[in-house]
Design a protein around this ligand. Structure first.
Ligand SMILES: O=c1ccn([C@@H]2O[C@H](COP(=O)(O)O)[C@@H](O)[C@H]2O)c(=O)[nH]1
Length: 249
């Protein structure tokens, strides 16, 4: 397995700021306090507030993961990556189902030295394999073959690897398999729960401890923290669970 004590300590938990607007986002950050150094901005907040909100978060010295899950023709995606690269975010998502040519165009755009000079840091591209809300029945509905879900995740991770992406998004159920086959890829794992609480719309969930024990490099947690009566306490509980070993939900 991939785990050393250092690995566990270094695995960041990105808190998903899945809220309606800037006011709610900053109220949440206030509640989370200094324990929160990593945030995820998704479609809801980005479409409401745009790049200015992202720049405000970066200015607070938070590490920002922009989860836009780009999916379009290669030229359009490459242009979007260039637009994002100047914002100073650390990571951006793109759908691996968009295909090799799209991923390669995105990777080339993200590696532009001129863009790094503009933002001061590299933009890491993460390829979403299969959303953690999808189960076996879901992939049949999507028209994918009868292969097990994990085989599709591994194939899509291979496309991300060959296109020289920084990493992939997968669930904690597949992370060990992905990291064993493609050790150079980083793995970001959503669908994180402590056990006992609601899975909400997630299908493939694991605990923080299980995810890191199986090789996750980054975790993302939303509702169990942001909708908790005390988000700060909830974040601490997730951070504590990181060190708690590999028990599954
Ligand atoms: O496959 C994926 C890709 C991204 N996400 C995002 O992670 C968070 C998870 O939120 P929870 O409230 O902890 O369920 C959310 O922002 C998703 O957009 C994902 O869940 N699965």
């Amino acid at each position: 397995m991939f785990v050393s004590e250092q690995h566990v300590v270094d695995v960041p938990i990105y808190v998903a700021l899945d809220v309606e607007n800037r006011r709610q986002a900053f109220e949440l950050l206030e509640k989370l306090g200094d324990a929160c150094r990593y945030v995820k901005v998704g479609l809801e907040l980005y479409l409401a507030e745009g790049p200015a909100l992202v720049e405000a978060l970066v200015a607070r010295e938070l590490s920002v993961f922009l989860d836009l899950k780009l999916f379009d023709i290669p030229n359009t995606v490459a242009g979007a990556v260039k637009s994002v690269a100047s914002l100073g975010v650390d990571m951006l998502t793109i759908h691996t189902l968009g295909g090799a040519t799209m991923l390669e165009a995105a990777a080339e755009a993200a590696s532009s030295r001129a863009l790094h000079a503009l933002s001061g840091k590299p933009l890491r591209l993460l390829g979403v394999t299969l959303l953690t809300s999808v189960d076996d029945a879901g992939i049949r509905q999507m028209g994918l073959s009868d292969d097990p879900l994990s085989a599709h995740v591994l194939r899509l991770a291979g496309t991300a690897h060959d296109a020289a992406l920084h990493g992939v998004v997968c669930s904690g159920h597949e992370v060990a398999m992905v990291k064993t086959r493609y050790p150079a890829l980083s793995a970001l794992v959503p669908g994180i729960r402590l056990g006992g609480e609601s899975k909400d719309d997630q299908a493939r969930v694991v605990t923080p401890g299980y995810a890191v024990a199986h090789g996750a490099d980054y975790l993302v947690v939303g509702r169990p923290i942001t909708r908790a009566p005390d988000p700060h306490e909830a974040l601490l509980a997730f951070l504590q669970n990181l060190k708690g070993g590999s028990q599954d939900v």
